[in-house]
Design a protein around this ligand. Structure first.
Ligand SMILES: Cc1cc2nc3c(=O)[nH]c(=O)nc-3n(C[C@H](O)[C@H](O)[C@H](O)COP(=O)(O)OP(=O)(O)OC[C@H]3O[C@@H](n4cnc5c(N)ncnc54)[C@H](O)[C@@H]3O)c2cc1C
Length: 255
C-alpha cells in the first residue's frame, strides 16, 4: 500500500515580512511546511505504525527541501521534489497539472494533502487533482481510520460532522481537526538523513513547459482599511452619562 503526502513550502506565518510598498514578501522570509500538510503527514504516519505493508512518499513542487525533510523525519520513507525554475509563476492549474503528471507516474492508494495552503490558500489543488486523476476526493478531513480495506472518514461540515467510508484509491484533504503532527524525534531526524530524495524536473515527467499556460494573474495585495466607529459618551454628570448610554443601547435595539 502506497500513501503519497503532498507538502508545500510556505512563508512562516510567524515571521512574515512584507514590503509595504509592493505588498510582496521580502527576500529572506523564513519558510516552513504548510500546516495542514503536516496533519496529512501525521495521519499517514499513524497508518504506517499500525501496518507493515505501508510505504509513505512525500512530494513537493518547489525549490525548498525543509518541508520534505521534516516529513522524512516524521516517518516518510522517501521524498520527491519537483524543482524546476521554468515552472515559477505557474497558477493552480499549472501546479495541479504538474503534480498530476507526477502522481500518474508514482501511483498511490491514498493521497493526503492539505485542505488549503496558508499563503495562496485557494483550496484548489485537491479538487483539480481529483478531476485530472479521476480519483474520488474527501475534503475537510478531521478523522481517519483504516482497516486495510476501507477508509472510515469524518469530515467537517457547516453545522457538524459527516462520516463516510471510502475504498482506496482516494484523495484526502486534511484539516487541523486530525491528530496533532508529531515533533520529529532525534532518532527520526538522524534516520531521515539516510533516506532518498529524488529531484525531478518537468521534462523528467514528460511535460513540455509550452504545454502549460497560466490562466490566472494575481492582482494587487492590500489590507482593507476599516474605520473605527466607536461612540464615546461624554458628560460630567454620571446619571446623565448613564441615561445617554441607555438611550444609545435602546436606539441600537440592544436593550
Ligand atoms: C499567476 C500566478 C503566479 C504564481 N506564481 C508563483 C510563484 O512564482 N511562486 C510560488 O511559490 N507560487 C506562485 N503562485 C502560487 C502557486 O501557483 C500556488 O501556490 C499553487 O498553485 C498552489 O495553490 P494554493 O497554495 O492556493 O493551493 P491549495 O489548493 O490551497 O493547496 C492545497 C494543498 O495542495 C498541496 N499543494 C499545493 N501546492 C503544492 C506544491 N507546490 N507542492 C506540493 N503540494 C502542494 C498542499 O498539500 C496544500 O495544502 C502563483 C499563482 C498564480 C495564480
Amino acid at each position: 500500500m502506497k500513501i503519497v503526502v503532498l507538502v508545500k513550502e510556505v512563508p512562516d506565518p510567524n515571521a512574515l515580512r512584507l514590503d509595504p510598498r509592493t505588498g510582496q514578501l521580502q527576500p529572506g522570509t523564513p519558510t516552513v511546511a504548510n500546516e495542514y500538510d503536516l496533519y496529512g503527514m501525521e495521519a499517514a504516519a499513524a497508518i504506517k505504525e499500525e501496518r507493515d505493508d505501508v510505504e509513505i512518499v512525500v512530494a513537493s513542487l518547489g525549490s525548498g527541501r525543509d518541508p520534505v525533510n521534516r516529513c522524512l523525519a516524521m516517518g516518510a520513507d522517501r521524498a520527491v521534489v519537483i524543482d524546476d525554475s521554468t515552472l515559477t509563476g505557474g497558477d493552480t492549474g499549472v501546479t495541479a497539472q504538474v503534480l498530476a503528471s507526477y502522481l500518474k507516474q508514482e501511483g498511490f492508494d491514498i493521497l493526503l494533502l492539505g485542505q488549503e495552503s496558508s499563503d495562496s490558500g485557494t483550496g484548489d489543488i485537491g479538487p483539480r487533482l481529483s478531476a485530472l486523476l479521476d480519483v474520488p476526493l474527501v475534503s475537510n478531513l478531521i478523522d481517519l481510520a483504516f482497516d486495510g480495506a476501507t477508509l472510515s472518514l469524518k469530515r467537517e461540515i457547516e453545522d457538524g460532522h459527516q462520516s463516510l467510508d471510502v475504498t482506496p484509491p482516494a484523495i484526502l484533504c486534511a484539516l487541523s481537526g486530525l491528530p496533532e503532527p508529531r515533533y520529529p524525534s532525534l532518532k527520526g531526524i538522524m534516520a531521515s538523513r539516510k533516506k532518498q530524495t529524488d529531484v525531478q524536473t518537468a521534462a523528467d515527467l514528460g511535460i513540455a513547459r509550452s504545454e502549460l499556460s497560466s490562466r490566472v494573474t494575481w492582482g494587487d495585495l492590500f489590507i482593507e482599511e476599516q474605520e473605527a466607529q466607536g461612540v464615546i459618551v461624554e458628560s460630567e454628570d454620571l446619571d446623565d452619562a448613564v441615561d445617554q448610554f441607555v438611550a444609545f443601547l435602546k436606539e441600537k435595539n440592544v436593550l
